[in-house]
Design a protein around this ligand. Sequence first.
Ligand code: BEZ
Length: 210
Amino acid sequence: MAIRLGDDAPDFTADSTQGPISLHDYLGDGWGILFSHPKDYTPVCTTELGRVAALKPEFEKRGCKVLGLSVDGLKDHEGWSKDIEETQGTALNFPLLADPERKVADLYDMIHPNELNNLTVRSVFVIGPDKKVKLTLTYPASTGRNFDEILRVLDSLQLTANHKVATPVDWKHGDDVIIVPTLSDDEAKERFPGGWKTVKPYLRVTKQPG
Ligand code: BEZ
């Protein structure tokens, strides 16, 4: 059964390059990103994992832990991580789950047999501090993900979790935001004392709240 937005992120314990990990304990009270890649020692995956390692300080700034996964074993992960460091210039600095029995891959429905036979596709699950799934993405093996976009969406998820706003198309941290339509003008006056611009009654634009 597919995991949908708002579902509890299923917990599991699995081996990783940093020892056994239980998902919910690992995430603690913070945010998390669980992402799969199809296979070790493959070109696109090598670039993706190098990029996530380089962006780790950005995820940390946002209180978000990252956790990779493929259906390869620990020995492969350890050998391949040397290639990642050599070719991408950043050592693997976050845990990579080893899932040769496909327990986590099946739990998270990361194997799409019509796309890739018995290998995980490029899945992304953003998990909130309440352990609920806040975002899912699925990319095919042939297309590497854009992890700057994943940071952007994390900024939006964290902002909209704490304020009665939504973020418009192509929004980036610091840009103006939209007051949620369920908030009346009277309620909005209290929450947004700096005011807003009414483009349409349902489209009220204001500065990004702190
Ligand atoms: C890659 O990471 O390059 C890749 C992995 C599996 C299938 C195709 C490409």
